[in-house]
Design a protein around this ligand. Structure first.
Ligand SMILES: Nc1ncnc2c1ncn2[C@@H]1O[C@H](COP(=O)(O)OP(=O)(O)OP(=O)(O)O)[C@@H](O)[C@H]1O
Ligand SMILES: [Mg+2]
Length: 277
């Protein structure tokens, strides 16, 4: 691909401070280097998978990009992330808050814990518009209902008045997708958005994400450890192992001729794909 990427990640390092307090200095011996010099780019409209086994650092990458990090997490001094021309790590928190939700949005793994249990789901979706400049509560509510309807929630006008516990897991995930897409962001980071759902609901949510991606032209960074999902949804895959990128290639190439032995090993672990080959 040519042209300026939408997202350009260079030499990203994320460490978690260990509790080995007796190490004596900052950056002590107990630190975990969860992301260890990761560089990749995502172009506008691209659907890219970030794959790798549990603990390899995928979520740590996502949270660093959103600048919503755990208290123990630190980004390395030499790391840089450019998004839509802006140096993300140099932005004031206020500017970052404006960008988050409006230009980059995230869909989380656990819909139950990502929603506010005591707020109507319609109000939670509407709030995104109100946070980003919509002045009229009525207009924000109407947009929220339209967005909930677009994500396939039947009878959205009535459902909007319900609380998260009144919805199924799949519906809650649709609410989160509605929140993420409310402002038509240029990039959506979806961190294992279906792993908490049953298999049939997973397929519906993946179909929905694919349709919305085609309709809006948004770029998607899809975090998963499921190569089946990668094949279905993504054009390129970045494979991580132990904090580093071991492969970054078009999905077709990865499936037919993985360059990295670790990628080949991950692929062999997918029964359906193995049977297809
Ligand atoms: N808050 C934290 N404090 C300390 N260590 C952490 C923290 N969060 C993650 N880690 C460590 O960082 C490494 C990467 O974790 P991360 O959650 O980014 O992996 P992941 O690829 O998203 O895994 P999964 O597929 O299980 O979600 C792991 O070794 C993990 O134990
Ligand atoms: Mg994770």
């Amino acid at each position: 691909m040519t042209g300026e990427p939408l997202l350009d990640v260079r030499d990203l390092v994320v460490t978690y401070a260990g509790d080995a307090g007796d190490a004596g200095d900052a950056g002590g011996a107990g630190d975990v280097r969860a992301v260890d010099g990761v560089s990749f780019a995502v172009h506008a409209g691209e659907t890219v998978a970030l794959v790798g086994e549990s603990g390899c650092g995928k979520t740590s990458v996502a949270w660093a990009l959103m600048r919503v990090m755990a208290p123990a997490a630190r980004v390395g001094a030499g790391s840089s992330v450019t998004f839509d021309g802006a140096d993300l790590f140099a932005l004031e928190e206020r500017a970052m808050r404006d960008l988050r939700g409006r230009k980059i949005a995230m869909i989380f793994q656990e819909p139950a814990s990502a929603l506010n249990p005591v707020m109507k789901v319609g109000a939670q979706v509407a709030e995104v518009a109100l946070l980003h400049g919509e002045r009229s509560k009525r207009a924000a509510w109407d947009k929220a209902v339209a967005m909930l309807d677009r994500t396939g929630i039947a009878d959205a006008a009535r459902r909007a008045h319900q609380y998260p516990h009144e919805l199924s897991g799949g519906m809650r995930q649709r609410v989160l997708i509605a929140m993420a897409l409310m402002m038509r962001p240029a990039l959506v980071i979806a961190d294992e958005p279906t792993s908490a759902l049953d298999v049939t609901v997973q397929a519906q949510i993946l179909d929905l994400l694919r349709d919305l991606q085609r309709e809006t032209g948004m770029a998607v960074l899809f975090i998963t450890h499921d190569f089946g999902v990668v094949a279905e949804l993504c054009s390129r895959a970045i494979v991580m192992r132990a904090g580093k990128i071991v492969e970054d290639a078009p999905v077709d190439e990865i499936f037919h001729a993985p360059k990295d032995p670790y990628t080949a090993e991950l692929l062999r672990a997918v029964p359906r794909l193995a049977a297809d080959r």
